[in-house]
Ligand binder design. Structure first.
Ligand SMILES: [Zn+2]
Length: 292
């Protein structure tokens, strides 16, 4: 009989189709932080807000990863944390459960280079985990920030390992890196500049005129909380004011257009929509469907 004390959650996989594009949403696991990292809300207020919304009042950030299959390409969007500091690290099992061979991934899109987004891309000494990648796309400013020697020199001591990790991931794909500073990235995929959380933080809009999905990266870390209170920022924001302003503007756009959205820190690998209810934005996840 299995040891029930050590059993883990089964890999979470959720698929949806947007036009000709298949999106597989996967869970890499989670990382535990503290509500003290939030600015603009007290820890006890954060707990009661989440409880009211039916969400466990834990300072637990889920980590999601996306695989996009379109126009003959298999594209990984971020990579989870890769188990760094005990964070996430379940992407390989989730890919296996989804029937996606890591060697079939030919393209990587990076939203930004925080450890919970690039930690799964490379092993020690810049060895690539996804060995058949032909192109890794990253916003020009984002790459420049992590490779900037001045940034490194001035970084606090406990931030330097994160810069090292980002550099290691980029170096693993060095010859395959494609930087961009406009919106057209690949056929059927547009970059959406959402700077503020990091200097080049970028979302990706997938699909066609009729059906589309915006993978908005780290617009929220605690989805129900920061959608209800867009002014609440987190210590990881490189420019909190800009991050909050970008969040407010984007929430207005996705609520008005009823655009499907997903994010790396949604409570489960799912898409959803934002609506306005009683003067507040509300997130509603799409239900899982056995048919895609
Ligand atoms: Zn993140």
């Amino acid at each position: 009989m299995m040891n029930l004390a050590t059993v883990q959650q089964a890999p979470a996989v959720n698929r949806k189709r947007y036009g000709d594009t298949l999106v597989t949403m996967l869970s890499d696991g989670f990382l535990d932080v503290s509500f003290e990292l939030l600015d603009g809300i007290k820890a006890n207020e954060a707990e009661s807000l989440l409880s009211q919304k039916g969400i466990a009042p834990l300072p637990r950030i889920n980590i999601n990863v996306f695989v996009i299959q379109t126009a003959g390409r298999t594209i990984l969007v971020d990579s989870g944390a890769g188990g760094v500091n005990g964070w996430g690290g379940r992407l390989p099992q989730a890919l296996f459960a989804a029937g996606i061979d890591p060697l079939s991934i030919d393209t990587v899109l990076v939203t930004h280079a925080h450890p919970d987004h690039i930690g799964g891309l490379a092993g020690p000494l810049a060895s690539p985990v996804f060995r058949n990648v032909q192109a890794l796309y990253v916003q020009e400013r984002e790459l420049a920030f992590w490779r900037d020697e001045g940034v490194y020199a001035q970084a606090p001591k406990d931030f330097k390992p994160f810069i090292d990790l980002a550099r290691n991931a980029f170096n693993a794909y060095d010859e395959k890196i494609v930087t961009f500073n406009n919106e057209d990235v690949l056929p059927g995929i547009q970059a959406v500049p959402l700077f503020g959380h990091t200097p080049g933080h970028t979302g990706y809009l997938i699909g066609d005129q009729k059906e589309s999905l915006l993978i908005w990266g780290d617009i929220v870390h605690f989805p129900h909380l920061q959608i209800a209170k867009p002014d609440v920022t987190i210590a990881f924001d490189s420019d909190p004011q800009q991050a909050a302003a970008v969040r407010s503007k984007l929430l207005d756009r996705v609520a008005t257009d009823q655009l499907s959205i997903s994010g790396m820190h949604f409570n489960l690998p799912a898409s959803g929509k934002v609506s306005r209810q009683a003067g507040e934005y509300v997130l509603q996840y799409d239900t899982w469907s056995p048919v895609i």
